[in-house]
Write a protein that binds this ligand. Structure first.
Ligand code: AMP
Length: 427
């Protein structure tokens, strides 16, 4: 693998940077790593290249310092990114608002627009922008592409994307359902069609992305018709630290009765709800250990989690007019046979069955877990957002390598031409 074939994918969080250097053609990973605790007293980098792992702990002042450290380690381990160059850098950006709905070559204007969207994603977009700006400074000659978590869901039907609140207020504040984890839902649903050897246009799919964050989507003929996350990644399924759907009246009640302010409410909804709020732990493996030890709160958290999954499955089956494939992905979806079995228990009347041996097999590949010949295919498909982002970035910078370059113009904050990249997807 020479460097010019490779794409560097960067996912910047508020105090962390996840990265991967990979070949978008084959998916082969040359190196990957994680920078953590940026801005704290002691930061850390773990970098893996082949069978070599480099670990550093030292103060990392900001994202630029973190990336500089990563690029130094890259140079030491045989990938001089700044010297030899890479084909492109792909950045995961959480919120594209109504402005961005396809992978977009990053310019000063694009960075400014992404910054302006920070009101919609205050926990995510500012960190994404910091990562982009630092990378542009450190790798000035390399084209950089933003790939948006919301993009796949841009074309949701109006009835699915509209909140039933005062339309003028909604319009004035860009309030609509955007959806997140789009790169993952798009990638996984595409893989489902490949695994089943079916034309994606003929499939009605429900995809469950169950990681720390969790979302469901209903996809007909390759296009999403509904998804569980909304204006923010708080809506929908029960997650590690987010509760998903709640009665919005809870917020007014807490403001009046417990004098919560906006920050405290956000803290509650983003960090102290979901599995964590109910059981005290946010990691699913720990939850399972607590359940095995007879912990009632953990059991209830699990039951609420499964109840919500089933509610969304039912809703999406009706919206789709039936379902051909149900797929589980991300940390919990790929690894917890129990969750998959419980989510789909008792549905054989709908043609939905999970084969216990297939479900429990220790197989890491994309695979069917329904019995042979079952009317509804149930699958486990590992997500690969990095590969999807790398492919999308590669396609933007070299349209000849597998797709037509999508052009767009922005007028004010509205994009006037719409075309999606087919190369991949994401969160
Ligand atoms: P992700 O955000 O996709 O990295 O997923 C993280 C979640 O996956 C955490 O809640 C983990 O506990 C969960 N997870 C990872 N491995 C397993 C496993 N073997 N069994 C159950 N949950 C797992």
């Amino acid at each position: 693998m020479s460097n010019d074939d490779l794409v560097l994918v960067i996912n910047s969080g508020s105090s962390s940077i996840k990265y991967q250097l990979l070949d978008p053609e084959t998916g082969a990973v040359a190196a990957s790593g994680l920078v953590e605790r940026i801005g704290e007293r002691e930061g850390a980098v773990e970098h893996r290249a082949g069978d070599r792992t480099v670990r550093r702990t030292e103060p990392i002042a900001d994202h630029k310092a973190g990336l500089q450290l990563v690029f130094d380690i890259f140079a030491e381990t045989g990938h001089d990114l700044a010297g030899a160059g890479v084909r492109a850098v792909g950045h995961r950006v959480v919120h594209g608002g109504e402005v961005f709905y396809e992978p977009t070559l990053i310019t000063d204007d694009v960075v400014e627009e992404i910054s302006k969207l920070s009101d919609l994603a205050p926990l995510h977009n500012p960190a994404n922008v910091t990562g982009i700006e630092s990378t542009r400074e450190l790798l000035p000659g390399v084209p950089q592409v933003a790939v948006f978590d919301t993009a796949f869901f841009h074309g949701l039907p109006e009835a699915a994307r509209t909140y039933a609140i005062d339309a003028k207020i909604a319009a004035a504040h860009s309030i609509r359902r955007y959806g997140f984890h789009g790169t993952s839902h798009e990638y996984v649903s595409g893989r489902v069609a490949e695994v089943l050897d079916r034309d994606p246009n003929t499939l009605r799919q429900v995809v469950f992305h169950l990681g720390n964050g969790a979302s469901a989507s209903a996809i007909r003929g390759g296009q999403p018709i509904d998804t569980s996350m909304g204006l923010t990644p708080l809506e929908g399924l029960v997650m590690g630290t987010r509760g998903g759907d709640i009665d919005p009246g809870i917020i007014g009640h807490l403001v009046r009765s417990a004098h919560f302010d906006a920050d405290r409410i956000e803290e509650l909804l983003n960090r102290n709800s979901g599995i964590k709020g109910l059981s005290g732990v946010n990691d699913f493996r720990e939850l399972q250990r607590l359940i095995d030890a007879g912990d009632d709160a953990a059991r209830l958290a699990y039951d609420v989690y499964i109840h919500r999954l089933r509610r969304y499955l039912g809703a999406y089956m009706i919206e789709l007019g039936g379902v051909d494939a149900i797929t589980f992905t991300a940390g919990v979806g790929e690894n917890s046979a129990q969750v998959r079995a419980d989510a789909l228990a008792g549905l054989s009347g709908f043609g939905i069955e999970v084969d216990p041996a297939r479900n429990n097999a220790a197989d890491r590949a994309a695979r069917l877990i329904s019995p042979p010949g079952a009317p509804v295919a149930v699958l486990v498909v590992p997500t690969n957002e990095e590969l999807a982002i790398a492919r999308a970035a590669r396609q933007v910078v070299s349209p000849s390598s597998g797709g037509v370059r999508r052009q767009h113009r922005m007028t004010g904050t509205k994009r006037v031409e719409h075309a999606r990249a087919d190369g991949g997807d994401m969160p």
